[in-house]
Design a protein around this ligand. Structure first.
Ligand SMILES: *[C@@H]1O[C@H](CO)[C@@H](O)[C@H](O)[C@H]1NC(C)=O
Ligand SMILES: *[C@@H]1O[C@H](CO)[C@@H](O)[C@H](O)[C@H]1NC(C)=O
Ligand SMILES: *[C@@H]1O[C@H](CO)[C@@H](O)[C@H](O)[C@H]1NC(C)=O
Ligand SMILES: *[C@@H]1O[C@H](CO)[C@@H](O)[C@H](O)[C@H]1NC(C)=O
Ligand SMILES: *[C@@H]1O[C@H](CO)[C@@H](O)[C@H](O)[C@H]1NC(C)=O
Length: 418
């Protein structure tokens, strides 16, 4: 922030100086004034510079110093690159022997789409002393008091949101066959042209993916009136209070830089390959009219996104400044390129039929082609293990952590691999 003010202040000084210098050529007393002002300016500038450097470095240091944060809750919203973020948390948990709040029994979600309850977590004991976990990140509908029952009180809370137009487009492809409101719509453009033909509000939870889905995941009413300013402002304030950081999927790498700083983790901890992404073939972009309609249809999500996109950039510039942010993003990308070359066969994502190891095949849904990866052959054991963690699809990873954490329980059954 201080650097932002330095430019204008410096300019003002040099302008005043030039004026006096110009006037002083014919006047000795003014010449003395000029020298005095020059000296004062130098002192002031030195002071400012010193102050900037002095304030700036401890600020960076205080963020970077101290042990890494190990109690972390991630609200995993839908169709927002959140599977890639969850991979980061699973890897960190596994390599640091941290406990994870995993779905109980045979389920894959923490009760979604119902509001979260502590008993949806495996090993949570409502009667005895409450078990607490380090990491939580599986799909759930946010309900803070219940989350607090299973997470320590110094937990870092964060989430990720995406432009609702693209979020809805992705949800339509992914949930086309399962969401009542989408089932009979020929295309998303057709759906948006007359949403009330397809969307029956009384159907409730099964239609949660069809409108303001991020608002819903945050625990709010996704059918609330979007032009009720007081209501919207109060809910946005709730999110501000409950989450220390809200990431933006469109600015994923900048998001990883901010996340890493906030958690004091290492660079490699936040380097990822996109997981659960769709092939180009299964992305059907909306028309310009469709995009506008989507903004209006998901007006609560649109306001959520506008608000947090704005505060994301204010924070990024306040904490790092544009130059340092760019440098950090470049470092992250360079490391991703390096690991891609080292880990991945051909360095690219593959579709289902091209993935040799079933354990690395992601779950498929709707009309979407969900991509995964093949690992390079002949990796040494340690590299193999690191690369494997980065490309293990979410459900397989969850099942593995579950088996590690609850060896006495029935393992999770991944029917789509059978
Ligand atoms: C995690 O646990 C394993 C097995 O108990 C141990 O070998 C390893 O050193 C531990 N790692 C950390 C980071 O604590
Ligand atoms: C947080 O939890 C710890 C241990 O469970 C407890 O000692 C501490 O008082 C709690 N702090 C707050 C602010 O509730
Ligand atoms: C909307 O859903 C409710 C509850 O499932 C049902 O009773 C009603 O008939 C539906 N309305 C329309 C127009 O389909
Ligand atoms: C998000 O914020 C950035 C930076 O201010 C801006 O360039 C971008 O247009 C915003 N995105 C949307 C969809 O408003
Ligand atoms: C998978 O990729 C191959 C090669 O690019 C392509 O020929 C094939 O049609 C793809 N399959 C699907 C289901 O997209």
């Amino acid at each position: 922030m201080l650097f932002l003010f330095q430019g204008p202040r410096g300019l003002t000084h040099s302008w005043a100086l030039q004026t006096i210098l110009r006037q002083s050529i014919h006047d000795p007393s003014r010449c003395f004034q000029a020298v005095l002002l020059l000296a004062l300016t130098m002192l002031l500038l030195a002071g400012i510079l010193h102050m900037d450097v002095g304030l700036f470095i401890p600020l960076l240091r205080s963020q970077a110093e101290g042990p890494p944060i190990v109690n972390v809750m991630f609200l995993k919203t839908h169709k927002t690159a959140s599977s890639t973020v969850l991979n980061i948390l699973f890897r960190f948990a596994e390599t640091h022997n941290l406990s994870v709040a995993l779905p109980a029994g045979s389920s894959f979600h923490l009760g979604y789409p119902w509001l979260f309850l502590a008993r949806y977590v495996e090993g949570s004991e409502p009667q005895g002393p409450q078990q607490r976990f380090n990491i939580m990140g599986n799909h759930l509908r946010f309900n803070l008091p219940e989350v607090q029952k299973v997470m320590p009180n110094d937990t870092f809370y964060f989430s990720i949101i995406r432009n609702p137009v693209f979020q809805l487009e992705s949800a339509f492809t992914y949930y086309k066959d399962s969401v009542p409101a989408f089932r009979n719509a020929e295309s998303l453009d057709a759906f948006l042209a007359s949403p009330w033909t397809y969307y029956n509000q009384s159907v409730g939870l099964p239609n949660a993916f069809a409108r303001n889905n991020m608002w819903f995941d945050l625990g709010f009413d996704n059918n609330a009136r979007a032009n009720d300013e007081g209501y919207v402002r109060a809910r946005l304030a709730d999110v501000e209070r409950q989450f220390q950081l809200v990431l933006i999927a469109e600015h994923f790498d900048e998001s990883m830089v901010l996340l890493r700083r906030a958690l004091r983790w290492r660079l490699d901890d936040v380097v990822t390959f996109p997981l659960n992404s769709r092939s180009v073939r299964s992305v059907a972009p909306l028309t310009a009219v469709g995009r506008e309609r989507a903004q209006r249809w998901c007006a609560l999500d649109w306001q959520l996104y506008q608000h947090f996109n704005r505060s994301f950039w204010v924070r990024a510039h306040a904490e790092l400044g544009p130059r340092l942010l760019r440098a950090e993003v470049a470092r992250l990308r360079a490391r991703r390129r390096e690991l891609r070359e080292r880990c991945l066969q051909d360095g690219t994502a593959k579709n289902q039929s091209q993935i040799a190891d079933p354990q690395l095949r992601p779950f498929q849904s709707g009309q979407a082609d969900i991509l995964g990866y093949n690992l390079r052959q002949g990796l040494d054991e340690q590299t193999q293990r690191m690369c494997e963690r980065m490309v293990t699809p979410e459900l397989q990873y969850m099942a593995r952590l579950y088996a590690l954490q609850f060896p006495e329980k029935q393992p999770k059954r991944l029917a789509f691999l059978e």
